[in-house]
Design a binder for this molecule. Structure first.
Ligand SMILES: C[S@@+](CC[C@H](N)C(=O)[O-])C[C@H]1O[C@@H](n2cnc3c(N)ncnc32)[C@H](O)[C@@H]1O
Length: 236
């Protein structure tokens, strides 16, 4: 999972004992060499799925990090592309890699935008938001989209109960809960707090019409269900 170019165990431990914002500042230079950066395979598959839903004009990548989602926006948006994140370190790396994108340092729970965007995307960041914060986050994205605008993001199918990955994610979340009970500042990162039925109801509460589209390039599981769905939320 981790390569020699990525962070050492010690660096990851120091990061995990920091706040989310400072932790990402510390990790930024090596972030693209970690499995936490959204994979090109997923980004390409989402791009193909979004192409069937466009065209789109201006685009916003929420919690853009080093800019993984900015190329997706470039591919499907005819207009300008913006990334927002609260880590100055991550934004500096995004600026290096995407010199023509507008990059804004802000908390996603208090987005500083007028309702101007046609498409908002987000990758790999929802685990940083507790359920109540997800409601605020969705409302903030809703407020940044023009009427009829789209908020789209992938949600992989949960691992089968009892599978190896199921227990790894369960163990990760349990470790985080213990860490956050014992240590300040908290580092909010949970994998099992983002289930599709909850996501739908939180998006609807924020004022979106919601549908789920299979991300077909990623294939299907043995039971025929998609390995990954794109949540497509349209501002009414
Ligand atoms: C796992 S990284 C994902 C980065 C990128 N989207 C990707 O897929 O590679 C999560 C990102 O969310 C950002 N983040 C977490 N909470 C945030 C908040 N409340 N406001 C803005 N950014 C936030 C972090 O700074 C970090 O860059």
């Amino acid at each position: 999972m981790f390569t020699p170019q990525g962070p050492s165990l010690r660096e990851l431990t120091v990061q995990a004992l920091s706040s989310v914002e400072h932790g990402y500042d510390l990790l930024a230079d090596k972030f693209d060499a970690t499995p936490f950066r959204t994979s090109d395979r997923l980004l390409t598959a989402v791009t193909h799925t979004l192409e069937t839903l466009g065209p789109f004009d201006s685009g916003l990548d929420v919690c853009c990090g080093t800019g993984a989602g900015l190329d997706v926006l470039r591919s499907v948006c005819a207009g300008p592309v913006t990334g927002v994140d609260f880590s100055a370190g991550m934004l500096a790396r995004a600026r290096d890699a995407h010199p023509t994108a507008t990059l804004v340092r802000a908390d996603a729970l208090a987005l500083p935008f007028a309702p101007v965007f046609d498409l908002a995307v987000s990758f790999g960041a929802f685990g940083h938001f507790l359920p109540d914060e997800q409601r605020t986050l969705f409302a903030q994205v809703h407020g940044s989209l023009r009427p009829g605008g789209t908020f789209a993001f992938p949600v992989p199918a949960p691992p089968p109960v009892g599978s190896r990955l199921y227990w790894i994610l369960w163990g990760f979340d349990a470790t985080m809960r213990v860490r956050n009970a014992l240590w300040r500042p908290p580092f909010v990162m949970y994998y099992r707090t983002f289930r599709l039925p909850d996501v739908r109801s939180r998006l609807e509460h924020a004022g979106f019409d919601v549908c789920f589209t299979p991300v077909e390039p990623l294939g299907r599981r043995d039971d025929g269900s998609p390995r990954c769905r794109l949540v497509v939320a349209r501002k009414k």
